[in-house]
Design a protein around this ligand. Structure first.
Ligand SMILES: [Zn+2]
Length: 147
């Protein structure tokens, strides 16, 4: 199991479920950058995402297999494989210089490797919120492995 608490930079390979889309990504803040989000889209998608820089992700196969979903302001770009439907990564509205990357697509990593994942407050997007009252973390999602 990977060290999910490490915030040291790490390079990992990833793929969608069917393997049509493959990539290599650098996580500058390590696996500890894992977050969920409770916005209307992420609440349905249910993925845990780690942070990469836009120039830190290289598609090595299947770029033409990816489709992109946008909603609301259309600024975030949510990419998914058109064959298996799995979300691989997205360009963030909160920071267009960053990708969120689906931890379930990363080699040797699973959402169930994280005991606790912070949930970002996405119901009111940070770009729309009053900074004086905005709480960036809505809560924590926990997983306990059966002994
Ligand atoms: Zn696929």
């Amino acid at each position: 199991m990977s060290d999910t608490s490490s915030n040291l930079p790490v390079v990992v390979d990833g793929a969608c479920h069917c393997g049509a889309v493959q990539f290599t990504v650098t996580l500058p803040k390590g696996r500890a950058s894992a977050r969920r989000c409770n916005c209307s889209y992420c609440a349905k998608r249910g993925a845990v995402a780690v942070t990469a820089r836009i120039d830190g992700l290289t598609l090595t196969q299947g770029a033409e297999q990816l489709a992109t979903y946008r909603f609301n302001t259309g600024m975030a770009e949510h990419h998914f494989c058109t064959t298996c439907g799995i979300y691989t990564h997205h360009k963030r509205r909160s920071n267009p210089d960053e990708f969120g990357v689906n931890v379930a697509c990363l080699d040797g990593l699973s959402p169930f490797d994280f005991a606790e994942v912070p949930v970002n407050e996405g119901r009111i997007h940070p770009n729309d919120a009053d900074p004086a009252t905005c709480q960036p973390i809505a809560g924590w999602l926990r997983y306990t492995r059966r002994e």
